[in-house]
Design a protein. Structure first.
Length: 241
């Protein structure tokens, strides 16, 4: 993908996040009473994330309107092919539905009521918004029911695997990865209250793993080793300006 096309594609990432329930197959329902219940958990997840400085629903709504404008000037099918957007059936209704969803997303820019925040159960897609690094790392390094091992680490423990992975991030990626990963570990322990819940989300639904340890042991260990490494090797240097 050319650099300009790459930038254009990711300019719609927030909109694709909200429309994720219709990523496969890429058919966008025309009826609001069909798409709104499917999108509500993701809208709520984006709203929670924006409270911490993440992408806002204003941005998502603007991207949806921009995508609708693109669909007006091109074939809706081209919107799907170039930007991985779902399109309606018939495709000519795509831009109108995208504008309606944009208006819906904009309603989340005001602080939601308690009833709205609790109106829909959590979904895997929504929860993934809270653990972008943890789900990726557990799947890449500790998935398949095993742990991050090399040929000479067949008998490695979960702690050995974590230390090996941290060694691979050092020195350039530590400051960008380890503090955030430690935070996600503790957030997971606050949100999921049992080993079964942790296993269901991180292992069964996201293909991760925790080596030879339970998640209730593994996540505090992972967070602690990330913090330990940062304290030993990356003292904070900052200035007040």
């Amino acid at each position: 993908m050319a650099r300009a096309d790459h930038a254009e594609f990711f300019a719609f990432e927030g909109a694709r996040t909200l429309l994720a329930p219709y990523r496969r197959p890429r058919t966008l329902p025309r009826a609001r009473d069909v798409w709104e219940p499917a999108l509500a958990p993701l809208a709520r997840g984006i709203w929670f994330r924006q409270q911490r400085g993440g992408r806002t629903l204003y941005e998502v709504a603007a991207q949806l309107r921009q995508a609708a404008g693109f669909a007006d000037g091109h074939s809706p099918e081209e919107l799907g092919e170039r930007f991985a957007f779902p399109v309606t059936d018939p495709a000519r209704d795509t831009s109108a539905v995208l504008r309606e969803i944009a208006d819906y997303a904009a309603t989340w820019t005001e602080r939601p009521t308690a009833e709205r925040l609790r109106s829909a159960p959590r979904t895997t897609g929504e929860l993934r918004l809270f653990f972008p690094m943890l789900t990726r790392r557990l799947g890449s390094y500790f998935g398949q029911g095993g742990l991050a091992v090399e040929n000479d680490m067949a008998d490695a423990t979960a702690e050995d695997g974590i230390r090996m992975w941290i060694g691979q991030t050092h020195p350039n990626d530590c400051e960008g990865e380890l503090p955030a990963l430690a935070a996600e570990c503790n957030e997971a322990l606050a949100l999921f209250h049992t080993e079964d819940e942790l296993d269901r989300f991180f292992c069964q639904e996201n293909h991760g793993g925790s080596g030879d340890a339970d998640f209730t042991e593994f996540l505090p260990m992972l967070a602690g080793l990330c913090i330990e490494h940062m304290r030993e090797h990356h003292p904070l240097s900052w200035e007040r300006r």
